[in-house]
Design a protein around this ligand. Structure first.
Ligand code: SF4
Ligand code: SF4
Length: 222
C-alpha cells in the first residue's frame, strides 16, 4: 500500500490561509489502512482545524467527507456536491489522489493534507516499512523476494558492501542489512546459487528518472 503521514496542524492552517469554508476529504483505501487519511483522521483533523483557526481569530468552516478512493473518477463523483459548496479541498489522499481531485475540479484549490512517503507494509503495530521503490522493472526473483533497491541503503545488486555489523546496515543501524536478509531467504528456499550469478547493470529506463510513466493497455482501451 501507499504509506503517508499527516502534515501538522500549523502547516495545514498556513496552507489554508485565505479560505473560509474547507472540505476535509478522506480516502478509504491505503491512507485509511496506514492511519493517515481515513474517516477517523478526517474527524480528528477537522476538529483540530476548527479549534486552531478559531484561536487564531479566523474560524474556518470545515466539512468532513470520506470517499472510497480518491484516485478513481467513479468515487470522486460522489464528492462533487461537497467539493462545489466549499472554497477549497484539503485532501487526505495520497499524492495521486490529491492530483486526481485537482485535475477533475480544476477551478477549485485542492491541497495535500498528507506527506506521501512510500510503498510499504505494516511491519508491526505502529511501524510501517518501505518495500518497493516502483523501479518499473522488478528483479525480486533474483533476490529471494527481498528488494535490494529499496532495502539496501546503497542499492547494491551484487552482494553486500561489507560494512554491516551484527546483521545491521552500516548506513541505517536501526534496520537489518538487506543482504543478510537476502542470503538467509535464498538459503531457506535452496537458491543460494543465484548469488554466484553476476547481475548486469540494471536498466533504469523504466524508473521515474525518465519523467512520469504511463502504462497503456491496448486490450482495455475503447
Ligand atoms: S525491484 Fe523494483 S519493482 Fe521490484 S520491489 Fe524492488 S523497487 Fe519494487
Ligand atoms: S550494510 Fe547491507 S543494507 Fe547496508 S548498505 Fe551495506 S549491503 Fe546495503
Amino acid at each position: 500500500m501507499i504509506v503517508a503521514h499527516r502534515k501538522t496542524i500549523p502547516e495545514l492552517i498556513e496552507i489554508l490561509t485565505g479560505h473560509n469554508k474547507v472540505l476535509v476529504l478522506g480516502c478509504g483505501t491505503c491512507v485509511t489502512v496506514c492511519l493517515a487519511g481515513g474517516q477517523r483522521e478526517v474527524g480528528i483533523i477537522a476538529s483540530a482545524l476548527r479549534m486552531a483557526s478559531k484561536l487564531r481569530g479566523h474560524a474556518l468552516e470545515v466539512e468532513e467527507l470520506t470517499i472510497e478512493r480518491q484516485c478513481d473518477n467513479v468515487f470522486i463523483e460522489t464528492a462533487a456536491e461537497a467539493i462545489e459548496r466549499n472554497d477549497a479541498v484539503l485532501s487526505l489522499g495520497c499524492g495521486a489522489g490529491v492530483q486526481a481531485i485537482a485535475e477533475r475540479y480544476s477551478h477549485k484549490p485542492v491541497y495535500a493534507g498528507l506527506d506521501t512517503t512510500f510503498i510499504g507494509i505494516l511491519e508491526e503495530r505502529g511501524i510501517w516499512a518501505e518495500k518497493c521503490s516502483a523501479c518499473g522493472a522488478c528483479v525480486l526473483h533474483n533476490y529471494g523476494g527481498i528488494c535490494p533497491i529499496t532495502q539496501c541503503a546503497k542499492r547494491l545488486l551484487n552482494g553486500p558492501c561489507g560494512g554491516s555489523r551484527e546483521d545491521r546496515c552500516e548506513v541505517r543501524p536501526d534496520r537489518p542489512c538487506a543482504w543478510q536478509l537476502i542470503y538467509q531467504r535464498l538459503k531457506e528456499i535452496d537458491q543460494l546459487d543465484r548469488l554466484r550469478q553476476i547481475q548486469p547493470p540494471k536498466n533504469w529506463e523504466p524508473s521515474l528518472d525518465g519523467g512520469p510513466r504511463v502504462i497503456v493497455r491496448e486490450d482495455h482501451r475503447v
